[in-house]
Design a protein around this ligand. Structure first.
Ligand code: ATP
Ligand code: MG
Length: 212
């Protein structure tokens, strides 16, 4: 994305943390906080994506439950906000369209799209990667077994291919995923400290992820 350097200082910076959040966990929260700090963001929008019925994970949480867990998880952080921009029941949600809508509504804002390395690796197969790169700054952090050199390589490739503005996000590599949490729950293992207390309570009260 190209912005004029003379006006950069006047522009607002907002992060977008997209995901399924089934459930939200500390990996997501720490990623958002790291991006907020590193890029001096005004706020980070947590944007759970709506699952069309055929895409829903079997025995995953409902759209309403995923939204509620995000709400509970970010409640104590004044620069985190919930956005329902991608929460549709019908059809697929495309990042390029979300960005187009947001930018039309907020022409004074630069958007920083926050993700883990696994998302960056599949970026070419997203709908409209060029349009996404034209409309936001991508920020990616290492995740899982991906080392920094591989992340740098991928960033270099995408920069060349799409003339993208991609920044490496310096965030600790936390070995945690929603998938792990769902399976631990199923096995009756504790998920405490991997998700905020209020979310643990919510999962237990609602009986989510017990059967797969
Ligand atoms: P699942 O296991 O169901 O795929 P997930 O833990 O990968 O869930 P998502 O909702 O798919 O969570 O992820 C949303 C975004 O957060 C993605 O860009 C993903 O790369 C990033 N992310 C999730 N967990 C981590 C983590 N532990 N470290 C870095 N990035 C993460
Ligand atoms: Mg994932």
């Amino acid at each position: 994305m190209h912005t004029s350097s003379t006006t950069d200082a006047l522009r607002r910076r907002v992060g977008i943390m997209g995901g399924t959040f089934d459930p939200i966990h500390i990996g997501h929260l720490i990623l958002g906080e790291s991006a907020w700090q590193q890029f001096s963001l005004e706020k980070v929008l947590f944007m759970p994506s709506g699952n069309p019925p055929h895409k829903k994970i079997r025995d995953g949480a409902s759209n309403e439950q995923r939204v509620e867990m995000v709400r509970l998880a970010i409640a104590s952080n004044p620069h985190f906000a919930l956005s329902l921009e991608e929460m549709h029941e019908e059809g697929y949600v495309y990042t390029k369209e979300t960005l187009r809508r947001l930018r039309a509504q907020h022409p004074d804002t630069d958007y920083y799209f926050i993700m883990g390395a696994d998302s960056l690796l599949t970026f070419d197969s997203w709908k409209g990667p060029q349009e996404i790169c034209d409309q936001c700054i991508l920020t990616a952090a290492v995740r899982d077994s991906m080392d920094l050199a591989s992340l740098d390589l991928k960033i270099g490739q995408l920069k060349e291919k799409y003339h993208a503005d991609i920044r490496k996000l310096e965030s600790p590599n936390l070995d945690i995923s929603s998938h792990n949490i769902r399976s631990w729950r199923k096995e009756g293992r504790s998920i405490r400290y991997y998700v905020p207390d209020a979310v643990v309570d919510y999962i237990l009260n609602e009986g989510i992820y017990v059967e797969l």
